[in-house]
Write a protein of this length. Structure first.
Length: 190
């Protein structure tokens, strides 16, 4: 009886996970149902007075911050000791792609294609705070568990500061980088 009850709850738990499909890169999973981006209705085009949709934002470094602000605790910049860098690409309809590339990789036309690569997300405003919801891996049970991770963004010139709500004492810093105009033809479908 205990085995039956355990199996019952296991089946319910697994069946309640978000359904995904794998992109053409055979690595990245994206949601089948775009309803996971429930905050998209809070998108305001005025956000792009601060964020450039004709560029990408490359992850450069991070730093420790006070929990409820972007203020540094010390003057140390924590450069990433890894060879993978994150990039954000923002679209004029409020959609966002997060791409990961090796430092030595050249960003190519096809590598920015939303159907080939990149985690999906949206940007919106809530109580005059810029927020980003990214659909990503949030844990592992028997397989990858997917969900939304929310970040707070602050923009200063061509620098974007990101504070994930899952780690509010750390800030990732992204710097705007130009890309060729022909790389901008892709349209998001979420």
């Amino acid at each position: 009886m205990v085995k039956f009850i355990s199996l019952f709850f296991l089946v319910i738990f697994i069946s309640c996970s978000t359904k995904t499909r794998t992109l053409e890169n055979k690595i990245t999973d994206v949601p089948l149902d775009n309803k996971v981006f429930k905050n998209k209705m809070f998108f305001e085009s005025e956000l792009f007075n601060q964020i450039d949709t004709n560029t990408v934002y490359k992850e450069e470094f991070g730093y420790q911050s006070k929990k409820n602000s972007f203020e540094k605790i010390n003057n140390l910049k924590e450069y990433q000791n890894r060879s993978v860098r994150g990039y954000y690409r923002f679209y004029s309809n409020g959609c966002v792609n997060y791409f990961s590339f090796q430092d030595f990789d050249e960003i190519t036309f096809s590598s920015l294609a939303p159907n080939f690569n990149g985690q999906r997300g949206i940007i919106y405003s809530e109580e005059n705070v810029i927020k980003l919801d990214l659909f990503t891996i949030i844990g592992y049970s028997f397989k990858r568990d997917y969900g939304i991770i929310t970040s707070i963004l602050k923009v200063k010139g061509d620098t974007l500061f990101e504070k994930k709500l899952t780690n509010p004492s750390y800030v990732n810093v992204y710097v705007r980088r130009k890309i060729p105009k022909e790389f901008l033809i892709y349209k998001p479908d979420w």
